[in-house]
Design a protein around this ligand. Structure first.
Ligand code: LLP
Length: 425
């Protein structure tokens, strides 16, 4: 990861703490987060997007400490459930700096949002409009944005592309449902339409699709003014900024993204005779991902005719991403020096299915053996937040490191925790 530094020929440190020490103290598997790296990434966003609202996308990773870091760094928060919202607000996050998303917000989600006073709710379907308006107390107005589908294909995998009409999110510009929803919202006295939103997808590594989105959304802002005489003051371009998981992979360049989006927005608005709306972005992965490492202990090494299977004490329950999206990771041996040449191995998990593969094409020293410690970089986003209870193994703990000190943020899910919830017979 950006933050792991060598502390000798055979070990790496994160936040100044050797990974071997963390594994000894907290056990494995374990997620380790570099607090300084998270904060540094928040600051890089504020520099790249001055004057914009930067909402950290909580779905990538959330715990109370993360809420506090993001708040202290001056970011807003994007949540998509009452669970994320309640965790943030009970930690002290200001609700007016929170935006609520969801293609199917439950009555409980909407009740929590209105009760706690979230700043913005992003409308994702026509049916949601009347339902939301009816829930807003008389005499008050809820600020909303409308999520539109601009018809732009971008994103690292089909399952995380959301800019085209063949997926469930948002309201299409092409078929007119976005325009229809805009008219409906403008007719609701308890809703205040502050702007448009779009999220193209995730793990996008080039700037171009964002610029196309800016152009399409300016076009729609212009039509809204023409048809309704309303100038919408906000434009939220979502998240999706890609990071490198393995050496040599591309990552989206933040500074260039910020500069080019602002230029496109300024030029497009000037041409359309519109004032420049206040910009918002919603990065998740690019803030949390590279700041995290997951530690595993090797439990078995099996050499077959065609493969070397290195099995670790975690797997698809703590990282479903390789199984879901076929993505690559670059595990590393830590804790002992090896003179053996690297060999291609398949790093697999402990779960009861053959698809439980963490890294199909890893390179590890040929003398890899049970008891070895492996570190998998770029594990801060969409690991714990997508962890499951498969095989009742319990979810790993989250440890924060900073300035040479480590502390437990989220404790390991114990077998007692799991059994406690099972109350029927
Ligand atoms: N805003 C909205 C409305 C979103 O739906 C998302 C992600 C984000 C922001 C943040 O996107 P990011 O900057 O993190 O790419 N589980 C998948 C990623 C799913 C992303 C879902 N929405 C993965 O592990 O790659």
């Amino acid at each position: 990861p950006a933050s792991a530094a060598p502390v000798g020929p055979d070990d790496l440190a994160i936040g100044g703490v050797p990974l071997t020490k963390l594994a000894d103290r907290f056990g494995t598997p374990a997620y380790v987060l570099d607090e300084d790296e998270v904060r540094h990434r928040c600051r890089a966003y504020l520099r790249a997007f001055p004057d914009a609202e930067v909402y950290y996308a909580a779905k990538a990773f959330l715990c109370r400490a993360m809420v506090r870091w993001v708040q202290e760094e001056g970011l807003g928060l994007d949540v998509c459930s009452a669970g994320e919202l309640e965790l943030a607000v009970t930690t002290g996050f200001p609700p007016e700096r929170i935006v609520l998303h969801g293609n199917a917000k439950s009555p409980a989600d909407l009740r929590a949002a209105l009760r706690l006073g979230v700043g913005r709710i992003v409308i994702d379907s026509t049916s949601e409009i009347a339902r939301l308006a009816a829930a807003v107390p008389a005499g008050s107005r809820q600020k909303v944005l409308i999520r539109v589908v601009p018809g732009i294909a971008a994103g690292g995998h089909a399952k995380i592309r959301t800019g085209t009409d063949d997926q469930k999110f948002g309201l299409s510009i092409a078929d007119g449902s976005a325009q229809h929803a805009i008219a409906r919202v403008l007719g609701q006295p308890r809703l205040e339409l502050t702007g448009l939103h779009c999220h193209l997808g995730s793990q996008i590594t080039t700037v171009k699709p964002y610029l196309s989105a800016v152009r399409r959304l300016i076009g729609l802002l212009a039509r809204v003014r023409e048809h309704h005489g309303v100038t919408l003051p906000e434009l939220d371009l979502g998240g999706g900024h890609g990071v490198a998981y393995c050496p040599g992979e591309p990552a989206l360049d933040l500074a260039s993204l910020g500069t080019k989006i602002r230029a496109e927005l300024a030029g497009g608005c000037a041409a359309a005779g519109l004032p420049v709306p206040r910009l918002a972005v919603e990065p998740g992965r690019a803030i949390a991902g590279p700041a995290g490492v997951v530690l595993y202990r090797v439990l078995s090494v099996k050499r077959t005719g065609s493969h070397t299977f290195v099995a670790v004490d975690g797997g698809m329950s703590d990282n479903p991403r390789p199984a879901l999206y076929g993505v690559r990771y670059a595990p590393r041996l830590v804790g002992r020096a090896s003179a053996a040449a690297p060999e291609p191995v398949t790093v697999v998990g402990r779960h009861c299915e053959a698809g439980d593969v963490l890294a199909p094409d890893a390179q590890l020293p040929g003398d890899i053996r049970p008891g070895d410690l492996l570190a998998v970089p770029v594990a801060g986003a969409y690991h714990l937040s997508m962890a499951s209870g498969y095989n009742l193994v319990g979810r790993p703990p989250v440890i924060a490191v900073t300035e040479g000190r480590a502390r437990l943020l989220v404790r390991r899910e114990s077998l007692a925790d799991i059994q406690e919830r099972d109350i029927g017979m």
